[in-house]
Design a protein around this ligand. Structure first.
Ligand code: ATP
Ligand code: MG
Length: 887
């Protein structure tokens, strides 16, 4: 039997469709160049989106390719599966054949079958085809055409054509865009061919290999489907999966796509790969994760991505750290090792993807640096995690935060590590710590800036601040020790200084918006700006010299940090929210102050009552509606008198205005405010708005905190994760969560009642028995006994009851509730007169339970620390009473 190599299989796929009149097209970069809706290319169709939408065209109508794909974010995220199963990767190749308004279902199905069963000889009785069963909610008919073609143009067993719902058989790239019903081909890998019922069941023995998508619709922003004028075919076959099938391997990782990598990992670490899954397979899992992640990292870095602290770069960083952690924890590696796999990968794939060869050194260097910096803190972090995990079932929020803050563990990494041990993380607690830390940092950042100057500063032209983040200017001088210095040069020092330029694009803190941070560079040096403030008419850039030297008069390049773009989103969103609050809560909503920075927006306003959840929901809905409407944001500079006449205008509370003011208006007759801040040019750029807190800060003043853009997305994802975690713990779906919790509460209530009833019934029979068994001396009853584990009130009640029932009596009852011993003594009045006192009795016996107590002559009680001493105490009580009554 000839076994084809991976490279041969890829080639045969391409050649097969070339033979059917398809043009061979190269893979698009896995980091999309100009599609802001997508973090990574996640399917073959991404590069042809414009053709499907009719906004672009190609010189060919049939194409064939292999597309580099990454699925670790957005709608398609397989990270959870990677390593745990054998056929989901973060990075994989998708082989595809394409028809742009040319052939349709008949040919697509016939050729797929011909390639799989004819050219490659896959057994027909092991193949299953699925077709779309229709969807009433979306008004979509079942795909009868595809079903018919399968039986018409192939010799597939008609029983092997199965129908599935939208979830499985309707393909969409993302929330919007071209989409349509699909027909998938699955292969049964069970030893005995009994997998017919396991199609789409998430069972590793029957897996999807090829998806034929029939692109017929476009989904728009509102979720509506509109038919496309031309119909297209978009197919995607998982390369690593078909290779594994054709090479008769039990796992993708055993095929020659991955084997060189797992082999190299074994060489480097001295560990062995045995392919074990699940529990006990931690080392093997680490092999798979590392082999997988290095591919994702190498391909994405070669295509221009870079590990960083936000967006796409943050995804890379997380993947890298995840791989690095597995290397430490399970492969015993304490030095960088992932980068050493890059040459192996380049060797196996460089011929097909020359960009790997071209960037090999750069990629390895970058990975190595990341590993080094992460490695420094990782060991200590893992040790801290172990400690935290030893403290209970739940990793405390403060521990998760420390791991994040000090050791750079993203919270989802901590969550994964916790999950691996069947634990969870207190995410709400983590969020609280995070919030507090931000507040502290902010307060600290505020403190460092009190610059004073003797005399006056020259006015700085700051008109550039609304233009963009980069500008040129000239160094005018700096403030040092209260003096404005205009000669000489600045060298690197630890001292905080205020740099002054003739003009600036940095925004000085004002109207609630934070001052910008960024860098100012000249030909000879760099000054890093922490914040920017106004001092008189001058704008001062507060920060430190970090490199070289700067001279007065030098031309400089100014660059405000990209954070500013997030601040702009938050500022425009603040205006939207202000206006919406007036609609939802009433015209009395007046601004009391606001803080706008890159993290969030905070808005204080007059309102007499807490804002209800429904109102918050309505505010969110309306603000997002304004964002979706993509309204224009306009700014005008006007003389103050004229500005006051602008219909609907609102002035910021507490701001002082000059002769000329800036008026910011959004949409037609929506929001109009006096504001000097930096704004977006359209509301659509806010992206997404989410309120995260509402609280009272003074009588009649509420504070609302909200986030926008990527941060808002992260907040919602966090909420979802928490909900899913809770649902997971309760073994139910998120939707059923409230119902399930209410059910559990009900159950707990019932059980409590039952327990109480049981205990009371017990007590009743025990006290009855004690009464019947009472010892009598000279007509006086002595009752001594132990009661079941019940609250102390029940014991006292029993003592009372016995005292009244027994006539003349002295008694001592003991019990231990939750390990705490308890004694109650009671004596009837006639015996008290004879000098037998409950308090004395208790004092006499209490040492046995290592406790303290006392009370009245008729009733006394004691608690203690030694539950096992109760029988001794009771025996002592009986003895004491016998003596007293006998005398
Ligand atoms: P699955 O249900 O197995 O996750 P899918 O429905 O997400 O697959 P499609 O979006 O239809 O897959 O992608 C087309 C093909 O790409 C699939 O038939 C499969 O062979 C392959 N594929 C999808 N996701 C992955 C992945 N994470 N790793 C490797 N191959 C994949
Ligand atoms: Mg999938």
């Amino acid at each position: 039997m000839v076994v084809r190599s991976a490279n041969q299989i890829r080639r045969e796929f391409i050649e097969f469709f070339e033979g059917k009149g398809h043009t061979v097209v190269p893979s698009a970069p896995v980091v999309p160049i100009d599609d802001p809706t997508l973090m990574f290319t996640n399917a073959g169709m991404n590069q042809f989106k414009d053709v499907f939408l009719g906004t672009g065209s190609r010189s060919y109508r049939r194409a064939v390719d292999t597309q580099k794909c990454i699925r670790v974010s957005g709608k398609h995220n397989d990270l959870e599966e990677v390593g745990r199963d054998t056929y989901h990767h973060t990075f994989f190749e998708m082989l595809g054949n394409w028809s742009f308004g040319d052939y349709f279902k008949r040919e697509a199905i016939a050729w797929a079958w011909e390639l799989l069963t004819g050219v490659w000889g896959l057994p027909k009785d092991r193949l299953y085809a699925t077709v779309f069963a229709g969807d009433a909610k979306e008004g979509l008919e079942p795909d009868e055409e595809a079903a018919k073609r399968w039986t018409e143009v192939t010799d597939i067993d008609p029983l092997h054509v199965q129908r599935f719902s939208k979830k499985d058989n309707f393909w969409e790239m993302g929330a919007t865009g071209p989409c349509g019903p699909c027909s998938e081909i699955h292969i049964d890998l069970t030893p005995d061919g009994s997998g017919g019922t396991l199609v789409n069941a998430g069972d590793a023995r029957v897996i999807e290999i090829w998806n034929l998508v029939f692109i017929q619709f476009n989904r728009d922003e509102s979720g509506r489907l509109t038919p496309l004028s031309a119909k297209h075919v978009d197919t995607g076959m998982g390369f690593e999966r078909i290779v594994r099938v054709l090479q008769h391997k039990a796992s993708n990782y055993d095929s020659d796509v991955f084997a060189p990598l797992t082999k190299r990992i074994a060489e480097l670490t001295g560990k062995t790969y045995t392919g074990e899954l699940g529990e006990g397979g931690e080392v093997d899992n680490a092999f798979r994760v590392v082999a997988d992640h290095v591919r994702m990292l190498t391909f994405s870095i070669a295509d221009g991505a870079k590990p960083s602290n936000d967006g796409r770069g943050y995804v890379l960083r997380r993947i890298l750290r995840r791989a690095a952690r597995f290397c430490r924890q399970h492969l015993g590696q304490h030095e960088p090792v992932i980068y050493k796999l890059v040459p192996t990968l380049v060797e196996t794939m460089g011929a097909t993807f020359p960009e790997l060869k071209e960037h090999a050194d750069r990629v390895a260097k970058l990975i190595r640096e990341e590993e080094e910096s992460f490695g420094k803190t990782l060991d200590r972090g893992i040790a801290l995690f172990e400690q935290a995990a030893g403290r209970g079932k739940l990793i405390a929020g403060a521990d998760a935060f420390k791991l994040y803050d000090t050791y750079g563990f993203p919270v989802d990494l901590t969550q994964r590590m916790a999950e691996e041990r069947g634990m969870a993380v207190d995410v709400a607690g983590f969020d609280r710590c995070m919030h507090e830390a931000r507040e502290r940092a902010r307060a600290a950042a505020k403190q460092h800036v009190t610059v004073a100057v003797d005399g006056e500063l020259p006015a700085t032209d700051d008109s550039l601040k609304h233009e963009g983040r980069i500008a040129d200017a000239k160094i005018a001088g700096w403030v040092r020790g209260n003096t404005f210095v205009t000669t000489g040069m600045l060298e690197v020092t630890d001292e905080e200084l205020a740099l002054i330029l003739d003009r600036t694009c940095f925004y000085a803190e004002q109207g609630g918006q934070v001052g910008d941070s960024g860098t100012i560079t000249t030909a000879t040096g760099t000054f890093v700006v922490d914040t920017t403030q106004k001092l008189g008419d001058g704008i001062i850039h507060i920060g430190k010299m970090t490199d070289g030297r700067i001279e007065v008069g030098q031309p400089a390049t100014l660059e405000v940090d990209a954070d500013r773009d997030l601040t702009r989103k938050n500022h425009t969103a603040t205006h939207l929210m202000h206006w919406v609050l007036r609609t939802v809560l009433g015209e009395h909503v007046k601004q009391h102050g606001s803080v706008v920075d890159a993290e969030r927006l905070r808005f204080d306003f007059d309102h007499h009552a807490p804002v209800t959840d429904e109102e918050i929901g309505e505010v969110e809905r309306l603000v997002n509606e304004k964002i979706c409407a993509d309204l224009e944001v306009r700014t005008q500079e006007l003389p103050i008198d004229e500005a006051k006449e602008v219909p609907g205008v609102r002035a910021f509370f507490g701001d002082k205005y000059g002769d000329r003011v800036r008026v910011v208006s959004i949409g037609e007759d929506f929001s109009v405010e006096f504001c000097g801040g930096t704004h977006l040019s359209r509301t659509g750029e806010v992206g997404f708005f989410k309120i995260v807190a509402e609280e009272g800060i003074a009588k009649g003043v509420r504070r609302m905190t909200a986030v926008t853009g990527p941060r808002a997305v992260a907040v919602v994802q966090q909420l979802e994760r928490t909900a899913k975690q809770a649902a997971g713990l309760l073994r139910t779906g998120v939707e059923q969560l409230p119902e399930r919790v209410a059910g559990l509460q009900e159950e707990i209530k019932k059980l409590r009642k039952q327990l109480q009833k049981g205990a009371v019934a017990d007590i009743h029979s025990v006290r009855q028995k004690l009464l019947e068994d009472a010892e009598r001396i000279n007509g006086h009853a002595i009752i001594v006994g132990q009661l079941p584990d019940v609250p102390v009130e029940q014991i006292r009640e029993a003592a009372d009851w016995l005292r009244t029932q027994a006539g003349s009596a002295a008694l001592c009852l003991g019990s231990a509730s939750e390990g705490k011993p308890m004694l109650v003594a009671a004596v009837t009045d006639d015996l008290v007169k004879k000098g037998i006192k409950a308090g004395d009795l208790i004092k006499h016996v209490v040492p046995a339970i290592d406790g303290r107590g006392g009370g009245k002559p008729t009733l006394a009680q004691a608690g203690g620390n030694k539950a096992e001493g109760v029988p001794d105490a009771l025996a002592a009580a009986a003895e004491w009473l016998r003596q007293k009554l006998a005398s």
